[in-house]
Design a protein around this ligand. Structure first.
Ligand code: FES
Length: 162
């Protein structure tokens, strides 16, 4: 499996922290998703072998927790909060604006491969709703105009890379 050497190191550090190997399944899956962007079936088998579990046991964990993705995502991950404060203050409209800007739908990779937009639950910034996270950066009070500015910034960064 194609994981960075940093991730492999962290995985080997994390396992001995647990009295029984199989208890490390969640942290391992988080580390893999952080690195690869999603949990592939190859990753499931790899974790199972590493923790002396059956692949079905790992698969059950992956499908139980909604934070684990089983499909690849775009280069940038846009998370739009849809919990109460954000929903009341326009989070759904913000999400639609972003979808239009990137010509995509929630959960899919945009045609240029640049983004995946998803709804998430409360991002712990309810006082500045609606909020959007782009990778690790939180954007507050994202109305339509700000959503368009964020999209413009992402597109400009993508163009620079090309
Ligand atoms: S409801 Fe959106 S950050 Fe809490």
């Amino acid at each position: 499996m194609n994981l960075g050497s940093d991730t492999l190191l962290k995985i080997d550090e994390v396992i001995p922290h647990y009295p029984v190997k199989r208890s490390a399944v969640l942290p391992l899956l988080h580390l893999i998703q952080e690195d690869a962007g999603f949990i592939s079936s190859e990753a499931i088998e790899w974790v199972a072998a590493k923790l002396e579990l059956q692949p079905i046991n790992v698969h059950e964990v992956v499908t139980f927790y909604p934070m684990f993705r089983q499909k690849p995502i775009g280069r940038r991950h846009i998370k739009v909060c849809r919990t109460l404060s954000c929903a009341l203050l326009g989070g759904y409209k913000t999400c639609e604006t972003l979808e239009r800007e990137f010509n995509t739908h929630r959960g899919e990779i945009s045609p240029d491969g640049e983004v995946t937009i998803e709804f998430v639950e409360c991002l712990a910034s309810c006082g500045t709703a609606p909020v959007v996270m782009v990778d690790d950066t939180l954007h507050e009070q994202v109305d339509g105009a700000k959503a368009r500015r964020i999209a413009g910034q992402i597109k400009a960064e993508a163009a620079q890379r090309r």
